[in-house]
Ligand binder design. Structure first.
Ligand SMILES: Cc1cc2nc3c(=O)[nH]c(=O)nc-3n(C[C@H](O)[C@H](O)[C@H](O)COP(=O)(O)OP(=O)(O)OC[C@H]3O[C@@H](n4cnc5c(N)ncnc54)[C@H](O)[C@@H]3O)c2cc1C
Ligand code: FES
Ligand code: FES
Length: 487
């Protein structure tokens, strides 16, 4: 269960809130639209948080402005520390070799997300702007002293992340403001970092999390930042624990004492995920483990840091998808290629792709499970990448290629080798869950033709249902890689 607030409304397969939709082609157009629409507009990035809020009727904006395709919000550059475009996906940040080497805690925070589909769809900017104290990336960003590049119709400003976080779901973002990019200073030589999250199950938000950044000189800690998630109204630094560690030689006792101090500094509450008591207790262990790991990594990262000093700029070329505003009650024609066949469909802004596939195209293999991004039953491929059809607006998919489970079967009716392997290995969850498992494993094999068992489990982390076994699914996937099923 990922939703943070209480639901106000019964969840149905429809998105009942009505809104205008627009996909501007530049920041300038976006800012003009934001100014024109005033407080009634919201920007839509990956949609993995916003569309759930709309579905649950926790928000009802009159206008959604899709910023996913804005070229100015994309890209990762490493000329002066790291500058990460707000629209970089969690998965892209997780996989970036420079982030892994220099900002290890951030890569680990991205890998700690409860769902691979959310990692692929969700953005770093969305994770920061939703202001959740349970966000996974924010503790790591805070521990690296991140600054935010913000822009609104009146100009640009830079704000420390620490000053941006105001309370649960509240930030210092102004009504017409966009987060453009996030800047992380270059770590000092001798820096090591780690992120650790504890949650009820893998596919969940944190009960508690910590990011530790340590700077080491010889046998001493000369600088240290500890940032905690899910233990206070905002992600917070434990400054007394940091001050205690600075100047100390590392030892188990020192790390344990830092944990004890941190557990007194945090301000946890009882909620559906945990109790305040447990959070205080587990914060001690998390601090110890993260400080130790960061310390152990601090030697290695010196070398990596030097290696990565070279100016490197990686830019993801943005697909251009512009759409002039579509009124809330207007039908707009979209073009899709679904399982290889061109389709023209008339949709309203609040039509979800899952319903268009199931009801207009009668592709009922894509299942409606939770409708909130939590089960993976609705997984399709959107432009070759897994996506949750229950969290995609059909209008926003205009121009896309879509594959559903029906498309796995060849034109001659022959099953895909992966489908056959599922049959041969009895690798089934129920009829709701199996199509999503197939679409995910197909995507995994396209991305990584020789996955390990751990790769398979990680990729399918949100699809795993507790009512059946998972071992036969892993065996089935591995059997398509090596015929004898061993790996
Ligand atoms: C099933 C499920 C699992 C999840 N698991 C995790 C998890 O493990 N860890 C975690 O931290 N989060 C998790 N989330 C929460 C969410 O998916 C992430 O926070 C994600 O990174 C949000 O990014 P997005 O691009 O989808 O944001 P959106 O939903 O598009 O937007 C979120 C908010 O930020 C605003 N916004 C987005 N981009 C900008 C910008 N550039 N400028 C100004 N405002 C902006 C939007 O207006 C909106 O208010 C989960 C959500 C679901 C549904
Ligand atoms: S994730 Fe889409 S229906 Fe459950
Ligand atoms: S609900 Fe489908 S296998 Fe559990």
């Amino acid at each position: 269960m990922i939703i943070e607030q209480e639901a106000h409304h019964t969840n149905t397969h429809l998105l009942t809130t009505e809104f205008e939709y627009a996909a501007p082609g530049s920041i300038a157009e976006t800012l003009a639209l934001l100014r024109a629409r005033g407080d009634e507009a919201r920007v839509l990035a990956g949609g993995t948080y916003l569309l759930v809020q709309l579905k649950m009727e926790q928000l009802s904006p009159r206008s959604l402005i899709d910023i996913r395709w804005l070229p100015e919000l994309r890209g990762r550059s490493f000329e002066d520390g790291a500058r990460l475009g707000a629209n970089e996906t969690i998965r892209a940040v997780r996989d970036d070799a420079h982030i892994q080497a220099q900002y290890t805690a951030l890569a680990e925070a991205c890998a700690a997300f409860g769902s691979m589909q959310i990692e692929i769809m969700g953005t770093l900017g969305g994770n920061v702007c939703n202001g959740s104290p349970a966000s996974d990336t924010v503790p790591a960003l805070l521990a690296f002293d991140a600054e935010l590049d913000l822009i609104d119709p009146d100009g640009a400003r830079t704000l420390a992340l620490a000053d941006f976080l105001r309370g649960p779901g509240r930030t210092a973002l102004r009504p017409h403001e966009l987060l453009k990019s996030i800047h992380l200073p270059l770590p000092r030589p001798g820096t090591g970092s780690a992120f650790i999250k504890i949650s009820r199950v893998v596919a969940d938000l944190a009960k508690a999390s910590v990011a530790a950044v340590i700077v080491r000189e010889n046998d001493r800690i000369v600088d240290c930042r500890l940032a905690f998630g899910s233990v206070a109204p905002v992600v917070m630094r434990a400054r007394r624990a940091e001050a205690f560690l600075i100047g100390q030689a590392f030892s188990t006792e020192t790390a344990l004492e830092a944990g004890r101090i941190a557990s007194e500094e945090i301000a946890p509450i009882d909620d559906v995920r945990s109790t305040a008591w447990y959070r205080r207790e587990v914060a001690k262990a998390l601090t110890h483990d993260a400080v130790q790991l960061a310390w152990e990594r601090s030697t290695g990262q010196q070398a990596n840091g030097r290696e990565a000093d070279r100016a490197v700029v990686l830019l993801t070329p943005p697909p251009k998808r512009v759409m002039r505003p579509v009124a809330a009650d207007e039908y707009r024609e979209i073009k899709l290629v679904v399982n290889g066949a061109a389709q023209r469909l008339w949709v309203k802004p609040n039509d979800l792709l899952i319903n268009v596939l199931r009801e207009k195209l009668e592709l009922t293999g894509t299942k409606y499970g939770c409708g909130l991004g939590e089960c993976g039953a609705c997984t399709i491929h959107l432009n070759g990448r897994p996506a949750l059809a229950c969290l995609v607006l059909a209008v926003a998919a205009d121009g896309s290629e879509v594959s559903t489970v029906e498309g796995l079967q060849g034109a001659d009716g022959k099953l895909d080798p992966l489908q056959q392997a599922f049959i041969d290995h009895g690798a089934f969850q129920c009829g709701y869950c199996t199509p999503g498992m197939l679409m995910m494993t197909k995507a995994l094999l396209a991305e990584n033709p020789t996955p390990s068992q751990d790769d398979i489990r990680d990729y399918l982390k949100v699809n795993r249902c507790r009512c059946t076994g998972f071992a036969s699914i892993v065996r089935a996937v591995l059997s398509t890689v090596e015929p004898n099923g061993t790996h």
